[in-house]
Ligand binder design. Structure first.
Ligand SMILES: [Zn+2]
Length: 347
């Protein structure tokens, strides 16, 4: 995840709401901002008018602060108009963290895509000793030192504490479905790369696009290789999704995303994000031109500033995403040395 500033976007609501205090951002849509204990310090959650109540889109992470904000929202603005259902866009803890707690607390159903629902269960059960062993070997083969491996494993295991146990049943939605919320009809779109089957909602009549983490105004969404899928091509998935959105959603749609400010200028932003990843690929090719490199050696060249453990894990996964993207397309080659470590070079 890195900051790439968009010059061409328009921000109809340039001032974010106070933490925990929802404001109307479009007719019948409330914008609620909750804090996150990371460098990316907030998430935007949306409440969509749904008959006599509100549908909730995403939850914030499982911590005391977020629960307290939800309690105050439930006792305040939502006291007379109760939550009707919870929709979670993807398995990341800032989006699904309180899903178990909220669905129980409010007696409502969870709506998710299947991969994201199952993915939440999968990541919550991490990690058994053999799994930690396999992941450690993989990280070491990429050239990571013990301290960085420790930080990555800690992040993976920490998922459990940032989330709550999901309800045992859910309502599945998939790409191409329609979803009626109140008087609105949303098209369900799904995207890959940031997470495997992230749900986005598009109301064509009102030109409203709930983009989750696929297209953000200020930062490029994290696109990472995960150790259980070491040859994965999340960057290929991510760029394919961006190209699809370019055709499926109008340029002047009002984009309500999960981080940064809501904006208008979707196609311009898609072009910027695509260019950013092209540039990253070129930087990696240049870096390895003189001699093959371990993926871990490339990380500081792409992310020269000092990174904490949380950022290092994202930077490493992101670097691998670009490497795998180019390996798969034959732009790079990989050699596994006698030391068992994988070095990459331009083809
Ligand atoms: Zn996410």
């Amino acid at each position: 995840m890195s900051t790439i500033t968009a010059a061409t976007l328009h921000f109809p609501s340039p001032v974010p709401p106070e933490l925990g205090r929802p404001v109307e951002v479009a007719p019948g849509i409330l914008w609620l901002r909750l804090a996150l204990p990371f460098q990316l310090n907030h998430i935007n959650v949306y409440l969509i008018e749904d008959g006599a109540g509100w549908a909730i889109l995403d939850t914030g992470i499982n911590d005391a602060r977020s629960r307290a904000w939800w309690e105050s929202v439930l006792a305040g603005p939502l006291a007379d108009r109760r939550p009707t259902r919870l929709i979670c866009t993807h398995f990341h803890p800032d989006h699904v963290g309180l899903a178990g707690w909220l669905t129980q607390r409010c007696g409502i159903e969870l709506t998710m895509s299947r991969t994201e629902y199952l993915g939440t269960h999968f990541h919550r059960r991490w990690a058994e000793p053999e799994e930690i062993e396999a992941h450690t070997a993989y990280y070491a083969a990429c050239g990571l030192d013990d301290a960085s491996i420790g930080a990555l494993l800690e992040r993976d295991i920490g998922y459990r504490w940032l989330t709550t146990d999901l309800p045992h049943t859910y309502r599945r939605v998939a790409s191409g479905d329609g979803l009626s919320i109140g008087g609105r009809r949303f098209e369900v779109l799904t995207g890959g790369g940031h997470s495997p089957e992230m749900m986005m909602l598009y109301c064509r009549e009102e030109n409203l696009f709930l983009a989750a983490d696929q297209v953000l105004a200020k930062i490029s969404p994290n696109v990472s290789v995960w150790p259980h899928e070491p040859q994965g091509d999340p960057l290929g998935d991510f760029l394919r999704t961006l190209a699809e959105l370019n055709g499926a959603v109008a340029e002047d749609a009002f984009v309500l995303a999960a981080h940064n400010l809501p904006f208008v200028g979707l196609h311009a932003r898609i072009a910027e994000l695509t260019k950013h990843h092209d540039q990253r690929c070129q930087d990696i090719l240049d870096a390895c031109a003189a001699a093959p490199m371990l993926p871990a050696e490339i990380v500081p060249l792409l992310f020269p500033r000092k990174l904490d453990a949380h950022q290092t894990s994202f930077a490493f996964g992101e670097t691998l995403a670009h490497v795998n993207y180019m390996l798969r397309r034959g732009w790079m080659l990989e050699d596994v040395g006698n030391d068992g470590r994988r070095r990459v070079r331009p083809a």
